[in-house]
Design a protein around this ligand. Structure first.
Ligand code: ADP
Ligand code: MG
Length: 366
């Protein structure tokens, strides 16, 4: 078991990389704490698999180091790193029984037979594989085979970390939920660092204590699901997490006010030292934008209202900008004229995608 440190890590598949675009991973500095349950979340192509393969040793990084605790493992082979990795598609030996498949990583490590047998039975039980232990793997469904793969990842109790690369892709939707809870239980029981790669925010938020969000080869934010929701450090996080995602509205900022076109929005912090940037945006989640009858607030036109089960979400138009807003339960809407109330505590200002902290206003607690 170990703390895993990525120190100035970067990777390009091309030889002789020149521009940032040549890098599949831009510079990453990150520490995975021992025993953490992490999700690595980001869209397809952002570099998640590359990062996992660097941690496990399948890929050697172009620059930077990987440390397990204080030991530099950058040049160590995969086998010497003591990492278990579960891939997107099942890796099983078809000619072996399920029991032999599960025992294989233990046999390789010369774990005594009685200990191995006990461990295989434990893992089989956790994954509901007990009834098929004696069957050949070849005749099983893709679901079952992926459970065996998961089992092979989980069976060694001595690993530094277990890396899961979108392991539930081939799993039937109704089984996904169950397997994810099983993984979480195993995490609690074993105190092993787990890094779970996914492009699905629900998977990430339900599995992980800490979510690492990647975008375009870079880590843009690491935080609890709550932190990612309340204070997205990057517009990408605001937009990617949440359903619907955060409203990101081009604006102009003057001191402690933002202007959406000609409409003024008072801010709770001052922004006298805004970085010089191409793009200034106001971010606010739909949960903190309330639709109300035309009157006080920002005047808007209702385009449509969707019932998404737990809430109603209105799409409104403000001076050419589309905004998603919450519709209070007791509000009955008639006609297409309405107003918006923006909760000032949840308004964020972004410069070129990055959150700007701003300064506390005079005479007001920070
Ligand atoms: P993800 O797992 O997030 O979908 P990957 O790490 O697989 O992303 O890919 C990141 C980028 O690196 C993509 O642009 C992909 O095309 C590129 N890439 C991945 N593997 C290779 C490879 N073996 N050779 C060249 N380019 C690769
Ligand atoms: Mg991948």
């Amino acid at each position: 078991m170990a703390r895993i440190t990525l120190d100035h890590l970067a990777h390009a598949y091309k030889p002789d990389p020149q521009t940032p675009q040549d890098y599949a991973l831009k510079e990453i500095n990150h520490v995975w704490s021992q025993g953490g349950a992490y999700a690595l979340l980001g869209p397809s192509g952002c570099g998640k698999t590359t990062l996992l393969n660097i941690i496990s040793g399948l890929v050697r990084p172009t620059r930077g180091r990987i440390l397990f605790d204080d030991r530099d493992v950058t040049d160590l082979a995969t086998e010497a790193r003591n990492i278990a990795q579960v891939f997107q598609f099942p890796v099983v030996y078809d000619t072996m029984t399920v029991r032999e498949n599960l025992a294989f990583p233990l046999k390789n490590r010369r774990v005594p037979k009685d200990r191995a047998t006990k461990r295989v039975e434990e893992i089989a039980h956790l994954l509901d594989l007990t009834p098929v232990l004696s069957r050949k793997a070849s005749n099983l469904t893709a679901d079952m085979k992926q459970k065996i793969s998961l089992g092979r990842g989980l069976v060694r109790p001595d690993v530094a970390a277990i890396l899961f690369d979108e392991p539930l892709t081939v799993i039937d939707p109704h089984l996904k939920w169950q397997l994810r809870s099983t993984l979480k239980e195993i995490h609690r029981a074993l105190d092993i660092t787990m890094i779970y790669v996914t492009h699905d925010q629900t998977e990430a938020l339900t599995f992980a204590d800490k979510v690492v969000v990647m975008h375009d080869g870079a880590v843009v934010q690491t935080g609890t699901p709550e932190e990612l929701f309340v204070r997205p450090a990057h517009t990408f996080v605001g937009h990617f997490i949440g359903s619907p995602g955060m409203n990101i509205l081009p604006c102009r900022v003057e001191g402690a006010a933002a202007y959406l076109g000609k409409e003024r929005v008072a801010l709770q912090r001052g922004y006298l030292n805004l970085p010089k940037s191409e793009r200034i945006e106001l971010g606010i989640r739909p949960e903190f934008v309330r639709l109300q009858p035309r009157g006080a607030g920002l005047p808007v036109w209702i385009r449509r209202i969707d019932d998404i089960g737990r809430a109603r979400i209105a799409r409104v138009d403000l001076d050419g900008r589309t905004i998603a807003a919450s519709v209070p339960e007791n509000l009955s809407v008639s006609g297409d004229e309405a107003s918006l109330h923006l909760d000032p505590r949840h308004i964020h200002i972004y410069a070129d995608g990055h959150l700007v902290a701003g300064e506390p206003l005079e005479g007001r607690a920070a």
